[in-house]
Structure formats: C-alpha cells, structure tokens
Design a protein around this ligand. Structure first.
Ligand code: ATP
Ligand code: ATP
Ligand code: MG
Ligand code: MG
Ligand code: MG
Ligand code: MG
Ligand code: MG
Length: 266
C-alpha cells in the first residue's frame, strides 16, 4: 500500500507535537453529566460511588500509561500529567488525548457494575479531553490549585444548594435565587445557622478531590513502580488494588519522592 497514488493525502495531516520539556496535562470531563447523573439517580450533591468509580478508572489509566506521573480529579473531571521528558507518541496532542480519553471511558464503563446496581444502557457515558503544556513547575502547581479551587467553590455551592432543596424544602429555582450574589461566608452561614452543618466537617474527598501519583523511586528495590492513590478514605475493595498502593488523606500527603512538593515550589 505504501507509495500508492493515494499516499499524498497524508500531507494533509497537521503536525501537533507538544512543546518539548513542558509538563503535559490532559484534562478529561464527562459529557452531559448533569443529565447523566440525574438519569442514574446520583446522590446529590456528591455520590460517593461515582467518585470511587472515577478514581478506579483513573488508577487503571495510570497503570496502563507508565509515562503518567500525577493525576487529580473531582466531580466528572480528571487531569492527567505526563512528565516533562515524556516522548510517548512523539508528544502528539491528538494521540495522547485520545488514548487517555478512550482508556478512561472504557474502564469507566467496565468498572461501572462494581459501583452501581443499575446497568448502563445507551446513551453510554463519554468524556471529552484536551491537552495543555505547562512550562514551569509553578505553572503546573498553579494549574492543580486552579482545579482544586474550582472543586471547592462548586462543592460549597452544591452543598448549600442541596441543603436548601432537600432539607429546607425550597424548589430548585428558589434555592438558586437565594444563593445568587452570595459569597463563601454567606453559604457557610446558611449551612451552619439553618441546617447545623459545619462545612469544614464535610468529607475531604468532596471538598478537595483526589490525587494519585506514581512513586518513581520506591523505597524497596521492586522494579516496576505502581501508581499510588492519595484518596480521602479507604477505597472499595471491589476491584484489584496495586499491592503497594497507599491511601492517605490529602491533608497529610505522603511525600512522593518524585513529585516532592518541595520540588514543585512556588
Ligand atoms: P459538559 O458536557 O459541558 O461537561 P456537564 O453537564 O457534564 O456538561 P459539568 O460542568 O461537567 O457539566 O458538570 C458535571 C455535573 O455532574 C454537575 O452537575 C455535577 O454536580 C455532576 N456530578 C459529577 N460528579 C458527581 C457525583 N459524584 N455526584 C453527584 N453529581 C455529580
Ligand atoms: P498502534 O498502537 O501503533 O496502532 P497496532 O498494533 O494497533 O499498533 P496497527 O497498524 O493499528 O498497529 O495494526 C492493527 C493490527 O490489528 C494489525 O496487526 C491487524 O492485522 C490487526 N487487526 C485489526 N483488525 C483485525 C481483524 N478484524 N482481524 C484480525 N486482525 C486484525
Ligand atoms: Mg465539558
Ligand atoms: Mg461534564
Ligand atoms: Mg465537569
Ligand atoms: Mg491501525
Ligand atoms: Mg492500531
């Protein structure tokens, strides 16, 4: 087939190699999950099963793609970080993004029955994805902070919104109106004074999301490093876990030797 008269069409392909020596972040996000979560009656504002499923799919992606060093997820999104030195697919954005998106989607659907009783039926869940390069360690750190702040803001809003609806008896429109123009302290006050909820006591996984990293220099001499999970509580045992995976709260992260916080300094 090579050198056929049709071969010239290859020249229409656009080069899309990502800038060398930069952190590559692939962020995926569930498509139309507002509808999807309603259809499968996710507990609002946070369905723990769904978060565990997202984390399990992300862990599978980390295991299949050894070039990944870090991942952060909340809600229906996950950000995967390829190391600066990564040369997988010659750093082509389309190849990297589509491989992450399809691997994640495949595992999300494969692992679904471990977390939900109701079987999936079409339209099946799917994810979009994009690739962005971050040149400095500070940029990468700020990217992670940006996603985590987004998680916090959304979660505070959703927690207050659903308290007003479920416990305050407001209809969704009234709850939305009540919250329009409020700042964080107002929402904390509504939660505490009306519902006796101290937002600080909400589960860490809801407030902060989940992070997973690969330990490139494990303390023992084992040859193939496995991803480690820093989730907020013990993950379900319904799927196999890497033997050396550790589970610790985000507030006391294990110092990963490779992604040492000190090395990603501001
Ligand atoms: P798009 O296709 O543009 O991303 P979307 O409906 O997925 O549209 P998002 O901004 O991604 O919009 O919002 C994700 C939705 O999924 C939110 O409504 C969020 O509350 C819901 N969601 C995600 N994870 C959970 C969960 N674990 N429990 C309950 N709801 C969730
Ligand atoms: P890459 O990840 O680079 O795409 P690959 O192994 O998938 O690697 P391809 O060039 O895509 O390489 O080749 C696809 C392979 O799958 C070939 O070996 C092809 O013979 C095999 N294959 C695909 N479809 C079928 C099929 N229906 N029956 C038998 N073999 C198949
Ligand atoms: Mg989206
Ligand atoms: Mg979405
Ligand atoms: Mg989203
Ligand atoms: Mg092929
Ligand atoms: Mg192929």
């Amino acid at each position: 087939m090579a050198n056929s008269k049709y071969e010239y069409v290859r020249s229409f392909e656009q080069p899309d190699s990502l800038l060398a020596n930069t952190w590559i972040v692939i962020r995926i996000d569930g498509r139309g999950f507002t509808k999807f979560t309603a259809r499968y009656n996710f507990t609002k504002p946070n369905d723990r099963r769904a978060l565990d499923l997202m984390n399990a799919a992300a862990e599978a992606v980390m295991k299949e793609l050894p070039d990944l060093c870090l991942a952060y997820g909340n809600s229906d999104e996950y950000s995967f970080v390829f190391h600066k030195d990564c040369v997988l697919f010659e750093r082509r954005a389309s190849k990297l993004t589509t491989t992450i998106v399809s691997t994640f989607s495949a595992y999300y659907i494969y692992l679904w029955p471990n977390y939900f009783e109701e079987p999936l039926t079409p339209p099946l869940p799917s994810f979009d994805g994009r690739a962005v390069c971050y040149p400095s360690d500070r940029n990468l750190r700020d990217y992670m902070s940006w996603r985590q702040v987004d998680c916090h803001i959304n979660n505070l809003y959703n927690t207050t919104f659903w308290a007003l609806v479920k416990r305050g008896g407001l209809d969704p429109r009234a709850a939305e109106q009540e919250l329009s123009g409020t700042v964080s302290s107002d929402k904390n006050e509504i939660l505490f004074s009306r519902f006796g909820i101290n937002y600080n006591n909400e589960p860490e996984i809801f407030k902060k999301g989940s992070v997973m990293y690969r330990d490139f220099f494990p303390p023992s001499a084992e040859p193939s490093p496995l991803p480690q999970t820093v989730a907020q509580s013990t993950p379900p045992l319904s799927h196999p876990r890497p033997q050396r995976a550790i589970v610790r709260p985000l507030s006391q992260p294990a110092a990963p030797s490779y992604m040492d916080p000190a090395r990603i300094s501001r």
